[in-house]
Design a protein around this ligand. Structure first.
Ligand code: PLP
Length: 432
C-alpha cells in the first residue's frame, strides 16, 4: 500500500506538497516514497541549517542519551544545558547574560513575554499595572494563546480571537515596499513609525506597557521584510522613554539565518529579551531558547531570583546536545560566512532573472532569507490572484532538472492592507 494512502495521522492535506510522504533526506535533498527528489530550498520551516542526516549531530545526541536522556529541569542541572547556555551567551559577545532553554519557538516567545511581565513585578517598587504588549501588524510569534495574540497572521488567528488575551495592541510594521510614501526619505519614514509607537504608548497609558515585541526581519507573515536603517534604534528610544522592554523574536531570522549570528547585530541595537529557535537545533530535536539581558537579570537577582515558569521538557539534555553540536559545526565550518556569500549570490540571481517580471513586485532578503512578493499589477501592488497557486505550481513543475524545489508560500496572510502573496527561499546554510 502507498504510504500516501489515508491514515489516522492528522495532517494538513492542502499543503503545497500535497502531504506527500518523505522516505529519507540527506544534505539538502529530500526523497519521497513516490521516487521524487526535492531540493530543500526552505530548510523545512527555515530550520534545517545543516541540511539532513548530519553524522556528528547524530553521534552527539546518542552520546548524550547514553549519559542521561531526561531529568527534572527544576531539580537538576546537566552539564550539557550549562554548556549550551554558555555557548549561546558567549555568541552575544557579552551583550546577553543568561539563557533559558525551552522547546519550541512559540514557547520561547511566550516565556519572553512572561519574563517581561515578571520583570515589572520584581522591580522595587513593583509596577503591576504593566501588562500590555505592543506588537506589530503583519507579524507571527507562534501558535500558543499569548503568542497568537501577539501575532497578526489572520489566517491562523481569526477563529481563535474570542479566546485570546486582549492586552496586545499593534503598530505598523516597517515595510518600505508597501508603506513608504511617495517622496518620503528613510529618516522621515523612521520618524513617522517612531511617532506612531510613541502615540500608541500614550494611548495605552505610558506606565502600562511592559514590552514592545517585534521580529527584526519579519518572516512568514510578510515575507523577509527587513527594517530600514535606523528603525530599531528609533523604536528602542521610544521604549526607553517609557521604561518598557524590547523583545526581539529571532526565532526565524536569528542564529545565522540573515548572515550574522544574531539579527540585532545588524541593527546596532541590543534587545532586553531575545527568543531564538529553528536553526538553533536545526531540526534534529526540538529546542529553542530565550537570551536575557543583564538589565532584566539584575532585577530578578535582587528580587525573587526565580522565574515562575516550569516546563517538563525545559533544557532537555538530548536537545541541548543536538543544538550545541549544531552550533559548534556552524562555527567551525564558518557557515555564517557561507550564508553571507551564498545569500548575496542568491539575491543577485533572483533579481537578475526575475526582477523585471510583470508579476514580481519585490525581491528582498538578507543572508539566506529571501522572499519574492508576487503582485497582479506592479504599479498598484495588487495581490496576485491566489487561485493561480503559484508556489504549488513551482513546487510541482520539476524545474526541468529532474527535481522539485520546496518553497514556502503564504498568501493574504496579514490583513489590514498588508497582505501579499509571497514565497520564502531560505536554504540550509550548507548550500553550494
Ligand atoms: N516566532 C517566529 C518569528 C516564527 O517564525 C515562528 C515559527 O514560524 C515562531 C515564533 C513559532 O515557532 P514554533 O513554530 O517553533 O513554535
Amino acid at each position: 500500500m502507498s504510504t500516501d494512502a489515508p491514515s489516522a495521522y492528522l495532517y494538513k492535506e492542502t499543503s503545497p506538497s500535497g502531504g506527500r510522504t518523505i522516505e529519507r533526506a540527506t544534505g539538502v535533498w529530500i526523497y519521497l516514497t513516490n521516487g521524487q527528489k526535492i531540493l530543500d530550498a526552505t530548510s523545512g520551516a527555515a530550520v534545517s541549517a545543516l541540511g539532513h542526516g548530519n553524522k556528528r549531530v547524530n553521534k552527539a545526541i546518542i552520546e548524550q542519551l547514553d549519559k542521561v536522556a531526561y531529568c527534572h529541569p527544576g531539580f537538576y542541572q546537566t552539564e550539557i544545558a550549562r554548556d549550551l547556555a554558555d555557548f549561546l551567551v558567549n555568541s552575544t559577545n557579552g551583550k546577553m547574560t543568561k539563557a533559558l532553554i525551552t522547546g519550541s519557538g512559540s514557547e520561547a516567545v511566550e516565556a519572553s513575554m512572561k519574563l517581561a511581565r515578571q520583570y515589572f513585578l520584581e522591580l522595587s517598587p513593583p509596577q503591576p499595572e504593566r501588562y500590555h504588549f505592543i506588537a506589530r501588524k503583519g507579524s507571527w510569534h507562534g501558535c500558543t494563546i499569548a503568542t497568537l495574540a501577539a501575532g497578526d497572521f489572520k489566517a491562523r488567528k481569526t477563529m481563535f480571537e474570542p479566546i485570546l488575551p486582549t492586552n496586545v495592541s499593534r503598530v505598523s510594521a516597517c515595510n518600505p515596499y508597501r508603506d513608504l510614501l511617495p517622496g518620503e526619505t528613510i529618516p522621515e519614514y523612521v520618524k513617522r513609525l517612531a511617532e506612531e509607537l510613541d502615540d500608541e504608548f500614550r494611548r495605552v497609558g505610558p506606565n502600562k506597557v511592559c514590552a514592545f515585541i517585534a521580529e527584526p526581519v519579519v518572516g512568514s507573515a510578510l515575507g523577509c521584510v527587513a527594517p530600514v536603517q535606523g528603525y530599531f534604534k528609533a523604536m528602542k528610544e521610544v521604549c526607553d522613554r517609557y521604561g518598557a522592554l524590547l523583545i526581539f523574536d529571532e526565532v526565524m531570522c536569528g542564529m545565522g539565518r540573515i548572515g550574522t549570528m544574531h539579527a540585532w547585530e545588524q541593527e546596532d541595537v541590543v534587545p532586553h529579551i531575545q527568543a531564538i529557535g529553528k536553526t538553533l537545533g536545526a531540526g534534529f530535536i526540538p529546542i529553542s531558547a530565550v537570551l536575557v539581558h543583564e538589565k532584566v537579570i539584575s532585577v530578578f537577582n535582587k528580587g525573587s531570583k526565580y522565574f515562575a515558569h516550569g516546563q517538563t521538557y525545559q533544557s532537555h539534555p538530548a536537545a541541548c546536545a543536538a543544538a550545541l553540536e549544531v552550533q559548534r559545526i556552524v562555527k567551525e565550518d564558518n557557515l555564517v560566512k557561507n550564508v553571507q556569500e551564498m545569500g548575496e549570490y542568491l539575491g543577485t540571481c533572483l533579481r537578475d532573472r526575475l526582477g523585471s517580471h510583470p508579476n514580481v513586485g519585490d525581491i528582498r532578503g538578507r543572508g539566506l532569507f529571501w522572499a519574492i512578493e508576487f503582485v497582479g499589477d506592479k504599479t498598484m501592488k495588487t495581490p496576485l490572484d491566489p487561485s493561480l497557486k503559484i508556489a504549488t505550481k513551482l513546487h510541482n513543475m520539476g524545474m526541468t532538472r529532474g527535481y522539485d524545489i520546496a518553497l514556502f508560500h503564504a498568501t493574504g496572510s496579514a490583513g489590514d492592507g498588508l497582505e501579499g502573496d509571497h514565497i520564502l527561499i531560505c536554504p540550509p546554510y550548507i548550500i553550494g
